[in-house]
Design a protein around this ligand. Sequence first.
Ligand SMILES: [Zn+2]
Length: 125
Amino acid sequence: MHEVSICEVLVRAILEELQRLEVRPQRLRRARVAAGRLRQIVPDNMDMAYRACTAGTAIDGSALELRETPAVATCPACGWRGEIRPPFFRCGACESLEVRVESGMELYLENLELETDDDGDPGLP
Ligand SMILES: [Zn+2]
């Protein structure tokens, strides 16, 4: 289950990001993550891995929201550019297998939703 290693990287990045924020307290409600389709993440496995990786950390109990971004490739032979769907890396026009992958392996934090007080105050010290 490669989702575990992906989650380890993510959790480390989230914790680092929270360290940088000045706002206290830092209770994380939700982390939104964009992941390219070529990473072939299974959402259920990702949820399970996220829970395991965050257990006992400062972000234990937070939720992970995954947004899949498309995989795009271009074809040097005919100039086609479009979405590819793994496991097929094939030009949508001439069916060449020599496509150049442009995106689909991304993995990044889009935003972090922090817990706020009832009055909407972000909890500044
Ligand atoms: Zn082509």
